[in-house]
Design a protein around this ligand. Sequence first.
Ligand code: NDP
Ligand code: GDR
Length: 349
Amino acid sequence: MKKALITGITGQDGSYLAEFLLNKGYEVHGIIRRSSTFSTSRIDHLYRDPHDPEARLFLHYGDMTDGIGLKRLLDKIQPDEVYNLAAQSHVKVSFEQPEYTADIVALGTLRLLEAVRLHMEETEREVRVYQAGSSEMFGSAPPPQSESTPFHPRSPYAVSKVAAYWYAVNYREAYGMFIANGILFNHESERRGETFVTRKITRAVGRIKLGLQRKLYLGNLEARRDWGYAPDYVEAMWLMLQQDEPDDYVIATGESHSVREFVEAAFAAVGLDWRDYVEIDPRYFRPAEVDFLLGDPRKAREKLGWRPRVTFQELVIRMVEHDLELARREKTLLDAGHNIALQGVMERG
Ligand code: NDP
Ligand code: GDR
């Protein structure tokens, strides 16, 4: 049975990847951070008591700031594949916490690569590594962006991802390690964090439709993104590690839409006109913006045989339907007299 170790297993992608690898028959190990409240809601449905002989998902405390801890986990788990998904992944927050973001995203990747290198040297095992790169690395480079487009990052997050990308390339060239950089364009889902724009919009649409919220405050509506569906994208991560040679791949749909178009489609899906509800709040503008992302996924299609399955319209509908149902449950709780926080999360995104 193959073993995989996932950093960032509690995040959107980590949860889908864990599901995908369990379905492929893997034993899956994930690193979680200690926190005062549980952070495993996205993977709770996959978890079984470790005493259960059927259990194939195991969680370990760890942190990307703790290199020795990462090395200890590698020695204990002895994984065949490592997927490095852990990150402070919010672009706007990275302007507020640039040094912290660099510590997790850039240095954290270096710590992990070094831990894998030492583990391989000591045990003479092969460990393959997937590094979660981002279309944000292209920043202001004109579209369409492909593997050969020069990076021009526009945020502390993006600069840190560029550093992580080059650490990965350097470890591959210097030590002959099997490391693949995925350069993934935006991918969303029903499990997307609620402070990213798509989910912020679909959560608001559900609540507005049911009368739980009046307005939706957003920043720049003109930014264009190449939005795909997260479960499609985790398959590409796995495919990259099944190749004969390690390489870097753009994963995207090849279609770009503005935030305005997403808003329009999401409100239209429940029969509402977005112009009646959306207000612009400058606090959501970024000090430097990424205006136009459009990926060229031809290499992934030709070499990995990968293609996206879910279209932009389907993505919007799936997310809206899911969040309409969540809003129904919230309404039931409110009507029964429970005091639930509706607005707080919206102000953080
Ligand atoms: P999320 O923000 O949903 O998940 C991030 C994960 O990283 C969470 O599990 C989080 O744990 C964990 N994490 C954060 N800080 C640390 C730390 N110090 N030590 C250990 N774990 C930590 O991100 P996504 O799932 O959306 O993205 C996965 C990866 O792919 C990220 O690296 C992201 O930057 C990158 N990416 C994402 C894209 C997208 O469109 N979604 C596109 C391109 C790249 P906790 O739950 O405790 O916070
Ligand atoms: P992004 O995603 O920055 O592309 O990074 P996000 O959804 O945060 O922003 C997309 C675009 O929408 C604009 N926008 C707003 N964004 C947020 N969050 N909140 C708002 O109210 C709002 N109004 C307008 C933004 O300015 C931006 O142009 C995501 C993350 O998952 C990264 O980790 C990943 O690397 C990239 O996608 C690819």
